[in-house]
Design a protein around this ligand. Structure first.
Ligand SMILES: C[S@@+](CC[C@H](N)C(=O)[O-])C[C@H]1O[C@@H](n2cnc3c(N)ncnc32)[C@H](O)[C@@H]1O
Length: 282
């Protein structure tokens, strides 16, 4: 397996995910190093998994047990499909790639297969070819993003998928609400929270990862979970928007302001430099 850190180093996130943390990696790594030596690693909002895959590539997790979870059933099922039968996922993606067109996209979007591995390949195909790479579901939980006009979308990156399957072999990958990390994290563990952003303005919210959304209430609950873990001597790291609400929810913890280009806001196609808050308990 490849472990170099070049642009194409594997494993990398295999889904384009709103709020992906690729850009913040240097800042996050610096803080993960400061938490060393930690015991086990928890990512309760795993999304595309930018930090987990980076830590894996850098061998920074070593033999540590990792727990990766998210509340999106589509996402978790796709992770499990790649982990459990990557060769079938690859061959199904090659079939999608061979037939790719706008009509074919809408046909795949409309038909949800009964087989979980076929559903995993379907989500990867739709994610690579949909408008803006946005993963969005409607109130019924169905993927509803229109066709994206890419010249040559990379639909099947077999090398990366095989490396992802290897990286996912030992971690526990589960469909869980973030609060359940309280049942599991022990003193000396590291928890990285990357929740849906607290909106910079009331109209700038992007929280349609799943049908429940993530409002002020959830942000508040998360800050309570953060404080409880910190009280139990768990190392806790969190990224969020640099808003007055976030500053006040995490008052008393170390909060650094870092700049990032944010790809998704009220109009998914607009980008701009925004401040992000990195909060830590250690
Ligand atoms: C900002 S994204 C994480 C991005 C990820 N760090 C990356 O690099 O791609 C937030 C994630 O939180 C998940 N989520 C939303 N509400 C949740 C909840 N109550 N519990 C657990 N996960 C949740 C979403 O499905 C989404 O994947």
């Amino acid at each position: 397996m490849k472990h170099s850190l070049g642009r194409r180093a594997t494993p990398r996130p295999f889904l384009k995910w709103a709020g992906g943390k690729g850009q913040l990696l240097p800042d996050l790594l610096e803080r993960v190093r400061a938490a060393q030596p930690f015991q086990r690693y928890h990512e309760p909002f795993v999304g595309g998994g930018a930090l987990f895959f980076d830590l894996y590539r850098r061998r920074m997790l070593g033999r540590k047990q990792a727990f990766l979870s998210d509340s999106s059933p589509h996402l978790i099922e796709t992770y499990c499909g790649v982990r459990d039968d990557v060769e079938t996922v690859i061959s199904l993606l090659e079939q999608h790639e061979a037939q790719h067109s706008e009509d074919y996209y809408y046909q795949v979007r409309a038909d949800v297969p009964s087989d979980p591995i076929a559903r995993a390949a379907r989500i990867i195909y739709l994610n690579k070819t949909c408008y803006n790479g946005l993963f969005r579901v409607n109130t019924k939980g169905a993927f509803n993003v229109p066709f994206g006009r890419y010249k040559n979308p990379m639909i099947c990156d077999a090398d990366n998928l095989r490396a992802v399957a290897e990286a996912l072999r030992k971690p526990k990958v589960e469909l869980r609400h973030f609060e359940s990390v309280l049942d599991r994290a022990k003193p000396g563990d590291l928890v990285y929270f990357d929740p849906p952003y607290d909106p910079v303005s009331e109209t700038a919210s992007f929280s349609a990862y799943d049908k429940a959304g993530f409002g002020h209430d959830s942000q508040y609950r998360l800050s309570i979970v953060f404080a409880e873990l910190a009280r139990r001597a768990v190392h806790v790291l969190l990224s969020n928007s640099y808003t007055d609400r976030v500053l006040s929810l995490y008052e008393g913890f170390t909060i650094d302001e870092v700049k990032a280009n944010r790809a998704v806001n009220s109009r998914g196609d607009r980008r701009g430099k925004v401040s992000e808050a990195l909060v830590r308990s250690f």
